[in-house]
Design a protein around this ligand. Structure first.
Ligand SMILES: [Zn+2]
Length: 234
């Protein structure tokens, strides 16, 4: 690199002195230094997914909307989730799921988030973002440290997925519309529609929760059931 000339150095110091300072809340989060912070993540798809969630800010209106319908997000930003994964040393890798059709799961015993092996080496950016959303969800399960789940717990994490999904759409436009991968078409895209359904009773969301999670208790010690969770078991 050419060494900076004294004249230019002088100008740049003046510019930086008077330039507009972005408030801390609007600054782009520090990028993840994978070598230093998460040396165990080497896979390109996973580093892309993690970098994308690290940069993702949730809309405060969306978070407020969720609170209004009794959904409490475990992380208030993507960065908060990435910091948690790093701090708790949670491993991430692709593996065959315990049950067919599962996109991702958290193993309490292994302290690991596993993503369905069929998405390994994907070239579809929408799938990488969906993997990011799956990581957010599973990290929510890791945060409880109890290896259990309930309908309210799932609602909280799926609600966070819906908020994250809207944030990705705000950032990237119609990025998900052409993807037919089940993790997108039958996963993340569906919950965005169900949670933000104009129907005040959220009947379609309740029906979907009954179908997918009807065998779980409505709530648990950490996630007392709200109106929607209770309606799933009625
Ligand atoms: Zn879950």
């Amino acid at each position: 690199m050419t060494p900076i000339s004294p004249v230019y150095a002088n100008i740049s110091s003046v510019v930086s002195k008077y330039s507009w300072k972005t408030p801390k809340s609007l600054q782009k989060p520090k990028e993840i230094d994978f070598q230093k912070d998460m040396p165990w993540v080497r896979d390109n798809v996973l580093t892309t997914a993690l970098s994308e969630i690290n940069d993702l800010t949730f809309s405060t209106d969306d978070i407020r909307y969720m609170e209004g319908i009794g959904i409490h997000l475990p992380f208030k930003s993507g960065k908060e989730c990435v910091d948690f994964i790093e701090k708790e040393n949670i491993r991430l890798y692709f593996a065959k799921p315990y049950e067919k059709g599962v996109h991702a799961q958290y193993s309490f015993d292994k302290n690991a988030i596993m993503i369905n092996k069929k998405y390994q080496n994907t070239k579809d950016f929408a799938v990488m973002l969906a993997i990011g959303e799956a990581i957010l969800h599973e990290a929510g399960h890791a945060k409880d440290k109890d290896g259990q789940s309930s309908i309210q717990e799932e609602l909280n994490f799926l609600g966070m997925n819906a908020v994250a999904h809207r944030a990705f759409i705000r950032k990237y436009g119609k990025v998900f519309s052409n993807s037919t991968a089940p993790i997108v078409a039958d996963g993340v895209s569906i919950y965005e529609k169900l949670f933000f359904d104009p129907d005040p009773d959220k009947r379609r969301l309740i029906a979907r929760m009954k179908e997918k999670y009807g065998d779980l208790p409505s709530g648990d010690r950490l996630h007392p059931p709200g109106k929607i969770a209770r309606a799933v078991l009625q």
